[in-house]
Write a protein that binds this ligand. Structure first.
Ligand code: S3P
Length: 188
């Protein structure tokens, strides 16, 4: 097994609630979330995967066959269940925190972390996969830029904001851990 200077040590936090990662497509919610869960020794849950499991088909198929509204209903049901669950690291789809009901539940029952990235970085990351239905309807840069205008003021309500631009994932994880360590134990 190889080790590097950036291998992260386990960190124990007396968490009683989920840590929920929010942010736009390509912000690194799943990648950072998986690593963060390892560091905190918590289960990692990706809400999009839970939706796929509940629906029995892919997100792309859900959008195509049933439409976005049905996806959002399912997303809300899945998220309401997960944010009320035991401590974990939960990566959400980019639209989840924009839904007022979901956002309220997250604010009430979890700790929210906005992974904030610039357009260039998001665009580079989303271009690696072509599975996101919202990005298939036009120019990816223009769509992301519009979503940034609409959503960044809402993501800004998260408890913690972390810069998720270029750089090692480990550094971003370390910054999230550091921010979580600043939260008083009775709020964890
Ligand atoms: C969406 C983001 C996607 C997925 C769905 C809708 C959005 O998740 O939930 O395609 O509204 O931004 P990722 O942010 O994980 O790509």
């Amino acid at each position: 097994m190889t080790t590097s200077a950036h291998t992260l040590q386990h960190v124990h936090l007396p968490l009683t609630r989920p840590v929920v990662l929010v942010g736009l497509m390509g912000a690194g919610k799943s990648t950072i979330g998986r690593r963060l869960a390892t560091v905190l020794d918590l289960p990692f849950i990706d809400s999009d995967n839970e939706i796929v499991e509940a629906a029995g088909c892919s997100i792309a198929d859900l959008f195509e066959t049933y439409g976005e509204a049905i996806f959002r209903d399912l997303e809300q049901r899945v998220l309401m269940r997960l944010v009320s669950g035991s401590p974990c690291v939960l990566a959400t789809g980019g639209g989840a925190f924009i839904n007022p009901q979901i956002r309220e539940a997250i604010k009430e029952r979890a700790i929210s972390v906005w992974l904030k990235a610039d357009l260039e970085i998001l665009l580079e990351r989303v271009s690696r996969r072509d599975t996101r239905p919202l990005l298939k309807t036009g120019d990816k840069g223009a769509i992301l830029s519009r979503l940034m205008d609409e959503r960044y003021p809402v993501y800004a309500h998260a408890d913690i904001t972390i810069d998720s631009n270029a750089g090692l994932h480990e550094a971003v994880v370390e910054n999230v851990v550091h921010a979580l360590q600043q939260i008083p134990a009775d709020k964890l």
